[in-house]
Design a protein around this ligand. Sequence first.
Ligand code: CTP
Length: 397
Amino acid sequence: MRLADRRVVLGVSGGIACYKTCILARQLTELGAAVDVVMTAAATEFVRPLTFETLTKRPVLTSLWEPSRALAHIDLAKAPDAIVVAPATAHVIARAAQGLADDMLTTALLAAEAPVLLAPGMNDQMFAHPATQRNLTTLRDRGWIVVGPDIGPLAEGPSERPGRMAEPEVILAHLERLIGSPQSALRGRRVLVTAGPTREPLDAVRMLTNASSGRMGFHVAARAFARGADVTLVTGPVSLAPPSGVELARVTTTDQMQRAVAQHLPSADVLIMAAAPADFRPTNPVEGKPPKKNQVEQLSIEPTVDVLASTIDARRKGAIMVGFALEAGSGEKRARQKLEEKRLDLIVLNRADELGSGFEVDTNRVTFITANGVRPLEFLTKEEVADRILDEVERLV
Ligand code: CTP
């Protein structure tokens, strides 16, 4: 439970994105946080308090004037680890910027000691209006964190300008970064992660590649961001949504991956090489798409660069280096060899031939191999594996 013992005030103002805030409330509760929802009157027109009460299993506050809860707004403001307002409408943003306190939510915001995270959600024209922009600048200058809004369809139709509230997962990632791991040794460190396969072209459409989905590396990048790291993710071609807050570098070939890693490595405190770069490339790729009858019968290939090995001389002193090893069979000996040859601090060994492990699945059974020993982990989701890897990296850092 990543947010056990955390208390979050979740302010909900009256925009259609309220329906997504229900999902955020549920996700926060599932992660162990105590979630106190405060709704503006307008928000209750979109979603009933009962919905949030059922999801959070806690009473929802909608009014300053309930006799038994006369000082609830002060309690609300004092105790939480963070206050999140999602959606934050133009009106709530304007009231907060002015210091107005005419309902439970704005009163709590004015009395707040905890950090505040806003997820604006409104019509794109209202968001672009200089009044809203100036109010947001005021709040940012006050130290409030603003997440989104996204560009995308609005309730009123398609839009190509920001206005749509950030997705619950994105708000959650920023909130976790704010309050999830205050003690993390990764806070403020630069973490470079690679993910996915690479592709080596035979011609314009055919290629050598492998079945890596990129999931493991994407989870590592997302979780490192949540722990407060500055994350760069170098990824081969994958069909995954980029983790929020992470600098993304897309590459295609192993050579390009090597160059992207070399570019970011000098400033990296940690490299986690979860990618599965193609090990070979066609010696003579051609342009266009030759008909198959023209294809040579024998394919001539050559090895690609080993990205990890190529970094050995360029690493920052004390940088933590993590590699993966995908082996058929136990593979411990081979993995240990890779640990030494590639001068790594940790190898994450997983099996290519075990059901529910390796490529294209959401789970993994891995073994950690360091200079000090071998530690098999239980069967976990890839997100859990990502957290275990980062726990280990924090110990090493
Ligand atoms: N790796 C790399 N560059 C490559 C191939 C692999 O940096 N061209 C990295 C992987 O990202 C992984 C580690 O090296 O972190 C081990 O990868 P793996 O494919 O298990 O081993 P290889 O070194 O390619 O050796 P082999 O294929 O012979 O097992």
